[in-house]
Ligand binder design. Structure first.
Ligand SMILES: Cc1cc2nc3c(=O)[nH]c(=O)nc-3n(C[C@H](O)[C@H](O)[C@H](O)COP(=O)(O)OP(=O)(O)OC[C@H]3O[C@@H](n4cnc5c(N)ncnc54)[C@H](O)[C@@H]3O)c2cc1C
Length: 219
């Protein structure tokens, strides 16, 4: 379930329909570049028509670039996101190498023991399965807390935690690489939970740059 945080227009919360509070989110922290910059960079090869308005020119150039798959000008438009996501979703995201990632350190910061992903109802085939999953998480987090209390270092104790635990990252990625990310991670073949994060990212960037991401359906 995706919804925009009313207090922060640049943040989309991601919440399972079985959780009361949102745990995950995608926040657009910074945009480096503009349509003007992309058009200027591409304008070298696509010339200038004196009778055209600037808006029409931008539309023509962006649409031509996309149609001809001349995508390198989009590398000059760069986004930084702050994302809170389950570890298993992060493992999908970090496979996209044309991006920069920094993750919250599990060596120096303790995991929040109440922070774990719960699937949507139709992903877990009933309340009994949901309870079994949560019992597993709770047991793992209890052991984690015990290990920390016994003096075990965070970097060692974290080994017991499930991939459902939430982590946080800063993710810097350019618009071209994002298109590749959307092609793969919005597809039906991508895991549903990863698709939800991809949709949140799409929603944030296409609000700002609808022309650039015009080929992707809005969530
Ligand atoms: C449905 C699905 C299932 C997947 N299953 C698995 C899995 O089981 N195991 C697994 O390990 N991964 C899996 N992946 C990840 C997948 O193999 C890619 O690593 C990931 O999707 C990133 O794609 P990418 O390489 O195009 O993106 P990026 O890493 O961002 O690269 C962008 C582009 O740069 C070029 N490029 C980048 N690095 C190189 C390179 N070293 N050599 C040549 N060209 C390069 C390529 O053209 C590439 O498309 C899966 C992905 C999807 C969508």
């Amino acid at each position: 379930m995706l919804y925009t945080d009313a207090a922060k227009l640049e943040r989309i919360n991601i919440c399972s329909d079985m959780q009361k509070d949102p745990h995950g989110f995608v926040e657009l922290m910074e945009v480096m570049g503009s349509i003007e910059k992309v058009v200027k960079v591409a304008g070298v090869s696509y010339g200038k028509n004196e009778v055209e308005s600037e808006e029409d020119r931008q539309k023509r150039i962006i649409t031509t670039l996309l149609a001809k798959k001349h995508l390198s000008p989009f590398e000059h438009l760069v986004f930084t996101f702050h994302i809170k996501l389950p570890i298993f979703v992060m493992r999908h995201l970090v496979r996209h190498r044309i991006a920069s990632v920094n993750e919250k350190s599990g060596r120096y910061t303790a995991f929040n023991v109440r922070d774990f992903w719960i699937p949507d109802f139709d992903r877990i085939q009933g309340q009994a399965n949901r309870d079994l999953l949560v019992a597993g998480y709770e047991q793992a987090f209890k052991i984690y807390e015990h290990l920390l209390a016994n003096g075990v270092k965070k970097e060692v104790a974290r080994a017991v935690l499930p991939v459902a635990a939430y982590t946080e990252i800063y993710w810097t990625v350019n618009a071209r690489s994002l298109m590749n990310f959307f092609d793969q991670r919005l597809a039906k073949t991508a895991q549903y939970e990863t698709r939800e994060y991809a949709q949140a990212v799409l929603s944030l960037v296409s609000r700002r740059f609808p022309l650039v991401f015009q080929h992707y359906a809005q969530p």
